[in-house]
Design a binder for this molecule. Structure first.
Ligand code: PMP
Length: 445
């Protein structure tokens, strides 16, 4: 893990001074291909003039107005844009400044909805192992990353975890996709019954798992089955698309491919593409009407809700993506990226899985392909891959060690939507070199 304190006595990170398309340039002039978009953020690359101009225009006109006094045109236009394209039933938007805040808002909206409905016993949240929903206390509590939660356990609200839809690790030998999905849906149902259906508020899941397990897409109609279980017991479905949403999978909302709509949907990262910090929780009409028709307001709030400059930047990001048909490029380049990685690594003794959707791709490393045994986390292979990649002018997002003892080291790739076929080849070549360098440095080769 890299330290993120500033004014640290010993500076270990290069100083980023400029951006140029898909590259970041440091103070020595060295260029890095941003093959992870930071953490799946920079979907337009780093120097989009249209977005820069939109920020300038808005800042000159009105940078910020507090939402207890005003709404603003960019906030309203962005909310319209998001809702017009959202899965059915999501009709309102609650803007925040980042991913964790979006998740906190979703948890509290779910809870307040049931309080307003007179079902105040509903307080339990069920999520999945090997998930990440943010680092603030509520989001951390529902996340299923044991390592991140461990030091803070006494401070976390109670949350419950079921198995993830992580085919590479969780699907049993000889188990069909149907049987696998049914087993997972049954596990959720059993958990709801065990807790008492009248006490369960919501089930929370990443549509495509991001940081904790590396771009793991759901199998078949897993989410249809999950939606049906939630509906049977009046449990809300919260989908976290903070990493996987806003076009990353080739669809504006990742759940479009699942054919279901959640009750609450969280987005961030690609929404503002890193040009401004912004996130949002999309809210169903049913939840909004119950809260607004009840006590009249959502008992929550932050200073920068609907920040005008952030909304103006995000709106322009979304216009650029639509007008330049970048989601088509995400689909095409994503296919190419996975195909190239699979070609390169088909015979690789230490690469167990290549997976993902669109330009959201994970590569999982294992010590033994047959048994899927992970490398010893003491080798810190993922940190070595990051170091070797940075030396070669490549940013990738490696995570792992053995989270819950159940996932190995992996590399997450999330390059900007503007990348070309040549860029994809460069990324794969540099990554292959970096992995070999890391295996040598760790003494595996
Ligand atoms: N949910 C998911 C799925 C994420 O990937 C992240 C960030 N990696 C978050 C929540 C938290 O977002 P933030 O870091 O902006 O608070």
């Amino acid at each position: 893990m890299t330290t993120v304190f500033h004014r640290a006595p010993k500076r270990t990170l290069p100083v980023a001074v400029a951006g140029d398309g898909i590259e970041i340039i440091d103070s020595t002039g060295k260029r890095y291909i941003d093959a992870s978009g930071g953490a799946a953020v920079s979907c337009l690359g780093h120097s989009n003039q249209r977005v820069i101009d939109a920020i300038k225009r808005q800042a000159q006109q009105l940078a910020y107005a507090h939402t207890s006094f005003f709404t603003t045109q960019p906030a309203e236009e962005l909310a319209d844009w998001l809702v017009e394209r959202a899965p059915q039933g999501l009709e309102h938007v609650y803007f925040v400044s980042g991913g964790s805040e979006a998740v906190e808002a979703a948890l509290k909206l779910a809870r307040q909805y049931f309080v307003e409905k007179g079902e105040s016993e509903r307080r339990h949240f069920i999520a999945r192992r090997q998930s990440y929903h943010g680092n603030t206390l509520g989001a951390l509590a529902i996340g299923g990353n044991a390592w991140r939660r461990e030091p803070f356990l006494p401070m976390l609200i109670e949350a419950h975890h079921v198995s993830p839809c992580y085919a590479y690790r969780e699907q049993r030998e000889g188990e069909s996709d149907d049987a696998f999905m049914q087993r997972l849906a049954d596990e959720l149902e059993s958990k709801i019954l065990e807790l008492g259906p009248q006490t369960v508020a919501a089930f929370v899941a990443e549509t495509v798992v991001g940081a904790t397990a590396g771009a793991v897409p759901p199998v078949g109609d897993y989410f249809r089955k999950i939606r049906a279980v939630c509906d049977k017991y009046g449990v809300l479905l919260i989908l976290d698309e903070i990493m996987s949403g806003m076009g990353r999978t080739g669809y504006l909302y990742a759940c479009e491919e699942e054919g279901i709509a959640p009750d609450l949907l969280t987005i961030a990262k690609g929404l503002g593409a890193g040009y401004q910090p912004i996130g949002a929780t999309l809210v169903s009409g049913k939840i909004y009407d119950t809260i607004v028709g009840g006590s009249g307001f959502f008992q929550h709030g932050h200073t920068y809700i609907g920040h005008a400059t952030a909304c103006a930047a995000a709106l322009e990001v979304q216009h650029v993506i639509a007008e330049e048909h970048l989601l088509d490029n995400v689909k095409a380049r994503g296919e190419q990226l996975r195909a190239r990685l699979r070609e390169h690594y088909a015979q690789h003794e230490f690469i167990g899985d290549v997976r993902g959707r669109g330009l959201f791709v994970g590569v999982e490393l294992v010590q033994d392909r047959a048994t899927k045994t992970s490398f010893d986390s003491k080798l810190a292979l993922n940190a070595a891959i990051k170091r070797e990649a940075m030396q070669r002018g490549l940013m990738v997002y490696p995570m792992g060690g053995t989270v819950d003892g159940a996932t190995g080291d992996h590399v997450l790739l999330a390059p900007p939507f503007i990348c070309t076929a040549g860029d994809i080849d460069n990324i794969v070549n540099r990554l292959t070199d970096a992995i070999e360098g890391a295996l040598r440095a760790a003494g595996v080769r």
